[in-house]
Design a binder for this molecule. Structure first.
Ligand code: ZN
Length: 271
């Protein structure tokens, strides 16, 4: 499942191809995604110019003067640039064709992704309005995190994966951030000190920034027919490394399920 760095990489990859480009036509082949794709985009988008491509959490916002196309990749969604000559395949549900001959193609075998349209402020959309601060902004700091955690009794890992607390952190980067902050994933939120919140905020920002930087190196494949940014070949310290030695202290990493998600941690480094 794409997390914030993957979505940000997609955004950065699409920008040079699509920003300030005008839509020629929309081809919708499959409306039944997580929510029905509004057919109105077939009429609304042509002749509109993309004035911005923004991201909020794991949502991409394709902004025009008239309204905003909101896209979420779900479990298996991909957005890529192809030329008109590239024939659509089975799971290619939507093409947005631009006057510059580029086609933005949405592919999603499992169809948990979404494509929505709003002519109001996208940040007021029901799916976006409750999303917490962006982790890479100054709004997300230790004071905020401590205040948000002080009366909660959930495990800190579930807490940072809650998009109402902070946007866009999924299982991989939650595991990694807690390792770098030296915090046991099961720690109850209300016990977190300001010092621990500081370490956690720094770790989350570092892990995400590093992942986005790594993602940049995959952009060269972005326009190839099979190009998908996928997960980056970055160094993961705990995720996917259960029962292997900790890269810092050599203790054997432990794994358990927390809210049905694989959780890996070092019993020595994380307390
Ligand atoms: Zn360790």
């Amino acid at each position: 499942m794409p997390e914030l760095p993957e979505v940000e990489t997609v955004r950065q990859g699409l920008m040079p191809h699509l920003l300030h480009q005008r839509v020629l036509a929309v081809t919708l082949r499959q409306e039944q995604l997580r929510w029905p794709v509004p057919r109105s985009i077939i009429q609304s988008l042509p002749d509109e110019t993309l004035v911005a491509i923004d991201r909020r959490g794991k949502y991409l916002l394709f902004q025009t003067e008239k309204g905003t196309l909101i896209a979420h990749l779900g479990m298996s969604g991909q957005l890529r640039i192809v030329t008109k000559e590239v024939k659509p395949e089975k799971h290619d549900h939507l093409d947005i064709i631009f006057y510059n001959d580029k086609v933005l193609r949405f592919t999603d075998p499992r169809r948990f992704g979404s494509i929505l349209w709003t002519e109001d402020c996208p940040h007021q959309h029901p799916l976006l309005i409750k999303i917490g601060p962006e982790p890479l902004t100054d709004e997300f700091d230790a004071e905020y995190l401590q205040q948000a955690s002080s009366r909660r009794y959930t495990a800190v890992k579930a807490f940072i994966m809650n998009s109402e607390i902070v946007a866009g952190i999924g299982n991989i980067y939650a595991n990694e951030s807690l390792f770098h902050a030296g915090i046991d994933p099961q720690t109850s939120c209300h016990t977190l000190s300001l010092e621990q919140c500081k370490k956690l905020v720094v770790a989350i920002k570092d892990v995400l920034v590093h992942a986005i930087k790594q993602g940049g190196t995959t952009l060269k494949d972005f326009t190839s027919a099979e190009g998908k940014p996928g997960y980056f070949a970055q160094k993961l310290y705990v995720y996917g490394r259960a029962n292997q030695p900790c890269l810092v202290c050599q203790s054997v990493l432990r794994q358990f399920q927390l809210n049905r998600r694989s959780t890996v941690y070092c019993p020595t480094c994380q307390v």
